[in-house]
Design a binder for this molecule. Structure first.
Ligand code: SF4
Length: 185
């Protein structure tokens, strides 16, 4: 274990510490979970205390995509395009059971979870989840960021040529802009 390895791992730990406390979220709100999302951002629960400030209204200024509500098959390509517009590294939270699994909808038009089109880092159960659950999920995400375990962080390490355990690279089914399905990292 050489000096360079120790230096780069210490540097990465410091950078990840800064990243986890300066998250800029982009809320993709489609349904009733939006009410609880607003509650979490309001003064009573005040998500800003945890380093996640006001939402950004352009994905190009955000590094945390929060998917709030039901995702339909037709929204899939738009959601994927939003994810691709965000800067690296980036993270994704599925807010509520609809975004996590499709919830109680079992029909031709509802996607069975946002992870059909984007890699989700943390899932929040509940219909809708309580604000305390949302804060808990944010803290869980911060712990993953510190350990460098976000999907995007792992993909960046793969691109840089580092050895990464195959099990941690998660392929997802991607819906492209043209509505086709393809396998991506
Ligand atoms: S999880 Fe419940 S509250 Fe949230 S979008 Fe689905 S139906 Fe609405």
């Amino acid at each position: 274990m050489g000096f360079e390895f120790v230096y780069s791992s210490k540097l990465e730990a410091a950078v990840n510490w800064a990243r986890k406390f300066s998250l800029f979220s982009y809320p993709f709100v489609t349904a009733c979970c939006g009410m609880e999302y607003m509650s979490t951002a309001a003064p009573k629960y005040d998500i800003a205390r945890f380093g996640s400030e006001f939402p950004r209204f352009s994905p190009r200024q955000a590094d945390l995509l929060i998917i709030v509500g039901t995702i339909t098959e037709r929204q899939g390509p738009a959601l994927r395009r939003i994810y691709e517009q965000m800067c690296e590294p980036k993270w994704v939270i599925a807010f509520g059971v609809c975004a996590s699994t499709g919830g109680f909808y079992q029909n031709y038009s509802t996607m069975p979870g946002a992870d059909q089109v984007v890699p989700v880092d943390v899932y929040i159960p509940g219909c809708p989840p309580r604000p305390e659950q949302v804060l808990d999920a944010l803290i869980m995400l911060q712990e993953r960021i510190q350990r460098g375990e976000g999907h995007s962080q792992i993909a960046m390490r793969v691109d840089q040529g580092f050895d990464v355990p195959a099990a941690s690279v998660r392929p997802i089914s991607r819906i492209t802009e043209h509505g086709e399905k393809a396998k991506v990292k």
